[in-house]
Design a binder for this molecule. Structure first.
Ligand code: FE2
Length: 398
């Protein structure tokens, strides 16, 4: 039976935890609030250690609309600084990555030591002595930076809990994969998607949508135990799911992966997925890892960063195979990722502005693969930090 307008704008009688008011995806004020209450408060993944191999290597990042520069110090530690001159607030580093002994602001040529953030020079500085302006207090603002299993995180909130407490056991299912051999990023690309950042994170927690993927329908979904993998939920909104092993040799046109090229702790036919709140997803599949992270631009626009990782020290044959395994599935024209980006943009296009009021997360399968538990768990943390219900995020009368 089709629905009339009243039925359409009335949620079904299900628990409040099991649906979203779609304003969480497109309301401007909620979007700004997320920057203050979530992205400015939690540990945010910014890059992999391998992207800053040498002392003085830097790369820029953006967290909660704050421009940051990350630098590998002389003590090998990665530090993050607000990428703005202490003088007039000009953005200092404008290249996405590089190696620099000095950071210099183009406006008045103030210079900083990139490894410490200390101000090292300002032209004709005598003129500052007249009003007791202290140049020693003009170092860059340092942002808390911590690494875990090669993943570099920052936190804009100086009073936040430690990264270890934030992650907890959230990465337990990938500890061996990420933490045994030295890994390195071999592929990086960015895409601006016409969707809300949460919707992209959902695609990495919604395994009911596997039916969309032609390649997965032919392989993973044919595995009996595919549907019997339990989700694990952790404090602070992280979720993970047990691995599965595709039996490629059973399908016409497919073959088992070469067993000699592997990731530590993962069979080349296996798939392992972890989602760290709010925006990090780590997919380990066969010989490669894909790390997604996000920079929300506006309610309906999100920059997604994709990193492909393999084992450092691969020979040419191994690396060639990993690149092939990565791009054939997860490259911009791969068999999996393009389908995901299409689905998220179609969702954003139809729900924007209240045209479709609700999104349902009502699947219950005892916490198994196609249960919506992962997404519901994500929204419980979103609600805790926002102080709002995802099913009724805006008070009456606003
Ligand atoms: Fe997908």
């Amino acid at each position: 039976m089709s629905r009339n307008v009243i039925q359409f704008y009335t949620p079904q009688d299900v628990p409040k935890t099991h649906y979203l008011d779609n304003r969480v995806y497109w309301d401007e004020q909620l979007f700004r609030e997320e920057q203050d209450k979530i992205f400015s408060k939690v540990w945010k993944f910014v890059c992999h250690e391998s992207e800053l191999p040498e002392i003085y290597d830097y790369r820029t990042a953006s967290v909660a609309n704050t421009s940051l520069v990350l630098v590998r110090g002389k003590d090998r530690k990665v530090r993050a600084f607000v990428n703005a001159c202490s003088h007039r607030g000009i953005e200092i580093v404008r290249q996405p990555r590089g190696n620099a002994r000095l950071l210099e602001c183009i406006f008045h040529r103030w210079t900083y030591d990139p490894t410490t953030g200390e101000l090292t020079g300002a032209p004709r500085k005598e003129a500052y002595e007249q009003c007791s302006f202290d140049l020693k207090k003009c170092g860059l603002r340092e942002i808390r930076t911590e690494s875990y299993l090669g993943l570099v995180f920052v936190n804009l909130d100086d009073s936040a809990i430690s990264l270890a407490d934030f992650i907890g056991k959230g990465l337990e299912l990938q500890e061996e994969i990420l933490g045994t051999s030295e890994l390195e990023v071999f592929d990086y690309y960015e895409q601006i998607l016409d969707t809300n950042w949460k919707n992209w994170q959902e695609t990495n927690m919604d395994l009911y949508h596997e039916f969309m993927h032609f390649a997965n329908r032919r392989t993973g979904l044919a595995v009996k135990d595919y549907y019997l993998r339990p989700w694990r939920t952790y404090p602070h909104g992280h979720v993970a799911i047990e691995r599965y092993r595709a039996e490629y040799s059973k399908y016409a046109g497919w073959q088992d992966r070469d067993q000699s090229i592997r990731l530590p702790g993962l069979d080349p036919n296996e798939f392992q997925l972890v989602n760290i709140f709010p925006d990090l997803a780590i997919n380990a599949r066969g010989t490669v890892i894909r790390i997604d992270s996000q920079i929300p631009i506006s309610p309906g626009k999100t920059l997604v960063q994709y990193r492909g990782l393999g084992v450092k020290g691969d020979d040419a044959r191994e690396r060639r195979q990993r690149v092939r395994d990565y791009t054939s599935i997860w490259g911009p024209f791969g068999t999996n990722l393009a389908e995901d980006t299409l689905a998220t943009s179609l969702h954003a296009r139809s729900i924007g502005g209240g045209k479709v009021p609700f999104t349902y997360l009502t699947r219950e399968e005892g916490g198994m693969t196609q249960d919506d538990l992962g997404m519901r768990s994500f929204y419980r943390e979103w609600e805790r930090l926002m102080g709002r219900m995802a099913s009724a995020p805006i008070e009456e009368g606003r």
